[in-house]
Write a protein that binds this ligand. Sequence first.
Ligand code: NI
Length: 266
Amino acid sequence: MIDSHAHYDDGRFDADRDDIIRKAVEAGVTHIINPGCDVESSKQAIALSKKHPEVFAAVGVHPHEASSCDEKTLSRIEILSGEEKVVAIGEIGLDYHYDFSPREIQKELFSKQVSLAGKLRLPIIIHNRESHQDVLDIVKAFRSDNITGVFHCFSGSVEMAREVLNLGFYIGIGGSVTFKNARRPAEVVEYTPMDRLLIETDCPYLAPEPFRGRRNWSGYLNYIIDRIADIKGIEYNEVERKTSDNARLLFGLDRFLKQPEGMLER
Ligand code: NI
């Protein structure tokens, strides 16, 4: 299984970061995508990708940090994007729930980062909270750049899912699908074809039931797979395999496949 969205650079993993990544790999996690939220955490994501073969980085500035950006920020992100295991620009987007940065500044920064992704031919990892229409408008404005990516921790309606799928994007499903009374995420899973779903933890946040409120980690992905299998009426293994295929395709992970043993020796 592939965790398409995890924040192992977060301070809540300071005491056991390397151990918990190793434990996730032992539990069957083959790849972890670790997005950055600003220049510093993007650098930390890259450092983790160098240390752990299973970790891949995304670089970008989260909408919460939009007002602390200056003109150098984006050029730093662009430089970091050249590192070997950077597979996406993210997480980027808009957040009108917290509004930590003024909306106009959030929109400007998001547009610039979508444009950068188009130039670099990298997929984007989108954070969207209560900003559905503006996020869609900006993504649509860059349609000619063939932008693709994932709406991480998708929180929209089936109507919005239809628009997202029409744009060629993937839908990221996390712990919230397991919450009691989570009617909307279940409807979206039911509606979305299997070849467009990704699974994610967003750890340390958003632990699934029965761990809600506790620290999350990639080893809890099986609760999300279970729930999707249940909603779709298909086997657990099929959800695991299809969501892994989707993540490998979107993030181009197969280009990192190891050379067969022996070839390295020569
Ligand atoms: Ni996140």
